[in-house]
Structures are given as C-alpha cells and as structure tokens.
Design a protein around this ligand. Structure first.
Ligand SMILES: O=C(O)C1=N[C@H](C(=O)O)C[C@H](O)C1
Length: 285
C-alpha cells in the first residue's frame, strides 16, 4: 500500500451546546471527498482529539467511517497507544493509523524506533508515523526516519517539519512503497517538489480542489502550474495557521456556513476577528 494524494484531517465540529455535531462532520467529509480529496483523517491534531472524551472519539470514527464506506474512500485514524490501536480492530474502513512520535518524553531515536516496532506489532492496521518535532520535542535524523519507515507495518510518515538537510537526505533515498505525506501546510509545495507523495493538510478544508491540483501538478512534474499555485496556497495556509490550529479553520468554515459554530475546546481559544477576516480575504477577496 502506498498512500498518495490529499488526506484532509477533519476538524471536529461542535453544536451550540458544545457537543459533537455529527451531521456537520459527515457533511464535511462528503464535501472534501467530493472535491477530490483521496481520503480523510479523524482524531488528528486538527480534530482536537485530546479534548474529546472516549465516547466522542468513538462517535467521530463511527460517523466518518460511514461516509468512507459509502464512498469507498480511505480513512486514517489518529491512534498512538496500544489501547487506541487495538480499538481499530473490526473496523474495515480504517486504512491506517496516524501514530504520533512519542511526545514530551524525548526518548531518543532508538527509543522511537523500539516504540514504533512494538506498536506496529500489535496494531491491526498499518501505521503512518506522525513526525512533528515542534510539537513532540523529538527530532529524527534522515537515517532514523529511513529505519522507521522500513519497520514492518509502517506504511509511511506524515512529515510536519520545515525543510532542512535531513528532509532532503531522507527524500533522496526513500525505500519503495513508503509514503511521505506533508503535514506542515505552508511548506507542502517544496516537500512535494522533493518527492513527497501527498499531504495531510488542515488548510485543505478550504480550497480542497486547489490542494488536490497542487499535489497532482508536482507529482506530474508540471512546474509551470505547480509553482504559482504553491505560492498562493502557502499564503492561505499562513493565514489559516496565524493562530493555533484549528481555531482559524473552524472560524472560516463557520463563516462559510459549513459548521454550526466556530467553537474550539480549551486549551484552544477562539480565533480573533482580525485573523479570521484576513483568512477570509484570502478565499473570498
Ligand atoms: O491534524 C492533523 O493531522 C494536522 N495537524 C497539523 C497541526 O495542527 O500541527 C497541521 C496539519 O495540517 C494536519
């Protein structure tokens, strides 16, 4: 299995009472898949998974699994512990688990590799390692990344770092059948230019078809089309990430009438009006 294309990490919409809004969630999944996304992700950072109860997490997976079943679309689910991975057994819609490099502990590269080897051993589905060192505090060299994606049961990596010497070394020498999906929205275009297979991009709730076109253009080597589109979408991503994700994405979706409220749960705070106006101007202006 090589994962390619655009995967939209869905926000979790809340209603006026602050509960998960299942109909709005299903509608969002339908909208982005109809606009050309290859698949969707639930319970990522963008889904505020750490602010949901266990029951809400199950509800989110149930709702979006239903949409993916109907549309035969791949579904990735955030699951970073043995318990969360085992809960994915018996869910045929789940293509892979998005599994975070252990945060905060900073176990070192050998610890990260041992951790993923053990999770892959018990997981009922392949793992996509979520490498986001500015959140986890754990860097990985090109050599460690290569060893990580060669582990049995690891299908690829969501790569959410800036672009540095380890990035170029890693992408220059990728094992076959391994997917690199960009997860740092503002630099996904250069990552695609280096050979990434697609992206997991919260920004792609908006301008979904354009993000699909960006991935297609870089993968086809159509630089004339890809470069200006990449610049435009990077500016949109910068506007959507001007405050902690997904506060601005939710505010814009709400302003467009696609979700019932812009509510985010603590510790996130609602996006400020000027930030939301600036993001809307990128889309509507
Ligand atoms: O939820 C995700 O998956 C994503 N999280 C990133 C983050 O918030 O740091 C951003 C990316 O677009 C997708």
């Amino acid at each position: 299995m090589t994962l390619t294309g655009l995967y939209v990490p869905l926000i979790t919409p809340f209603d006026d009472a602050g509960a998960v809004a299942p109909d709005a969630l299903a509608a969002l999944a339908h909208q982005v898949l109809a606009a050309g996304a290859t698949g969707v992700v639930v319970l990522g950072t963008t889904g505020e998974s750490t602010a949901l109860t266990e029951r809400e997490r199950r509800e989110v997976v149930d709702v979006v699994a239903g949409v993916c079943r109907e549309r035969s679309a791949p579904l990735l689910v955030g699951a970073s512990s043995v318990e969360a991975l085992r809960a994915l057994a018996g869910r045929p819609e789940v293509t892979a688990a998005l599994c975070l490099v252990p945060p905060f502990v900073r176990p070192g590269e050998a610890g990260v590799l041992a951790h993923f080897a053990e999770l892959a051993r018990v997981s009922p589905v392949p793992l996509v390692a979520y490498h986001v060192p500015y959140r986890t505090g754990q860097p990985l060299s090109a050599d460690a990344l290569r060893r990580l994606v060669r582990l049995p049961g690891v299908a690829g990596v969501k790569y959410a770092t800036g672009i540095d010497a380890d990035t170029t070394a890693f992408l220059a020498d990728l094992p076959p059948d391994v997917a690199v999906l960009g997860g740092d929205d503002a630099v996904v275009a250069p990552l695609l230019a280096l050979g990434a297979h697609g992206g997991i991009l919260a920004s792609a709730h908006l301008a979904t078809a354009e993000f699909v076109a960006l991935i297609d253009a870089w993968r086809a080597g159509d630089v004339t089309r890809a470069r200006p589109l990449g610049h435009r979408l990077a500016a949109l991503s910068r506007a959507l990430f001007a405050e902690p994700n997904p506060a601005v994405v939710k505010a814009v979706l709400h302003a467009h009438g696609r979700i019932p409220t812009p509510t985010v749960r603590l510790p996130l705070l609602p996006a400020g009006p000027a930030t939301v106006r600036a993001a809307l101007a990128h889309l509507d202006g």
